[in-house]
Ligand binder design. Structure first.
Ligand code: 5GP
Length: 131
């Protein structure tokens, strides 16, 4: 059965898309720890990120870098932090999080509660900066 993230990349489940190419898809996390919290996934299903072959992992990181540049331009922050856990969804994903302080990347606390309209506006801002 397809993972929830495969269904998102295929457009079967709605998401706030940030960027896309042939191999990868970036969209806002539904429970963001910070404004602009984005997930980068490969369109082809793989659970564990370190099972991705070296060349593709390099392309995934290059894609994530372009997304991070767009986040830096769109969201006030000091830099974009990167995390990989994958304990909840068995489809490899990189968390890209605009941060100004270490605690902005704390996953164990309360998440931001943003409306669908707010998420759509944030995604549009990042999309506009994606090159
Ligand atoms: P992890 O697997 O890295 O521990 O966390 C999975 C992340 O995916 C969480 O931050 C969670 O909020 C996010 N997530 C889970 N289901 C969905 C979904 O259906 N849509 C979106 N946009 N994000 C999701």
């Amino acid at each position: 059965m397809a993972t929830i993230f495969s269904r998102i990349a295929a457009g079967e489940i709605p998401s706030h898309k940030v960027a896309e190419d042939e191999e990868f898809y970036a969209f806002l996390d539904i429970n963001p720890v910070a404004v602009g919290h984005t997930l980068v996934i490969p369109k082809a299903e793989v659970d564990y990120i370190f099972d991705i072959d070296d060349a593709k992992l390099g392309r995934m990181m290059a894609f994530a870098k372009r997304v991070a540049r767009a986040q830096e331009a769109a969201i006030p922050c000091k830099r974009v932090g990167l995390a990989v856990m994958g304990l909840e969804v068995p489809h490899a994903h990189i968390h890209l999080i605009p941060i100004t302080k270490e605690s902005d990347m704390y996953f164990g606390g309360a998440k931001l509660s943003l409306t669908q309209d707010e998420l759509a506006e944030i995604a549009a801002r990042i999309r506009k900066e994606y090159k």
